[in-house]
Design a binder for this molecule. Structure first.
Ligand code: ZN
Length: 219
């Protein structure tokens, strides 16, 4: 079934929010309620889409800042991994840490996802969670297997990987998440990350400097 994806790059950290819509029903999942609720709501409205659910890849402030405002406006459920709960409660403190002043609290989650791969369904959309911690506790990537599209959050970027110097970061864990959960996907899988532009699994396998040496059997 056809789906449509719209990306928005918002906020001081230039973070990507993704609207994933079922083309037929117009119902959409918001992946990462980034920064600016009015901008996200306007984008959905412009497409004629109705946001039915919001999911966060992890609980860094730039990925969840619009969650409370969107929930207040649309009353949609909010999903995040269970290990994100502590960081999620600290969004106002994260704002102070990053010099952004007092920020509003994030929305309370309605469902806590686990480390087991789960499929989140909305109409024809089948979004599979992949547990990819290391950049932040409880970080999840999401895979649309039917469409070969991976939303990698802040784990894998075009030519880079997520930072691991923030509280709860773990470089070795991030590397094993990327190698064991993401790089097992086919080369032609498109990767839509939480920052910067898109890439493919194949391109990162061949050229990502952080992954070189992991795939020495390549020609
Ligand atoms: Zn992050």
């Amino acid at each position: 079934m056809p789906i449509q994806i719209k990306s928005l790059t918002l906020g001081p950290f230039a973070t990507n929010a993704y609207l994933i819509a079922d083309s037929q029903s117009g119902n959409a999942i918001l992946l990462d309620p980034v920064d600016d609720a009015p901008a996200i709501l306007a984008a959905a409205q412009a497409e004629g889409w109705t946001i039915k659910l919001m999911i966060a890849t992890h609980a860094h402030l730039d990925h969840v800042l619009a969650s409370a405002a969107i929930k207040e406006r649309l009353n949609v459920p909010f999903y995040i991994h269970e290990e994100c709960a502590a960081l999620l409660d600290e969004i106002p403190m994260q704002g102070v840490f990053f010099g952004l002043g007092e920020l509003p609290a994030a929305a309370q989650p309605d469902r806590l996802l686990t480390s087991a791969s789960e499929t989140i369904a909305l109409d024809s959309i089948r979004l599979q969670s992949l547990y990819t911690p290391g950049h932040a506790p409880g970080h999840l990537s999401f895979y649309l297997a039917e469409h070969k599209i991976l939303f990698s959050g802040d784990s894998l970027f075009a030519g880079s990987i997520g930072r691991t110097d923030l509280p709860g970061g773990d470089h070795a864990l991030l590397m094993s998440s990327i190698v064991d959960k993401l790089m097992i996907l086919d080369d032609d899988v498109q990767v839509l990350p939480g920052h910067m532009g898109l890439t493919t699994i194949g391109r990162e396998r061949k050229t990502n400097p952080f992954l070189l040496g992991h795939f020495d059997d390549l020609p």
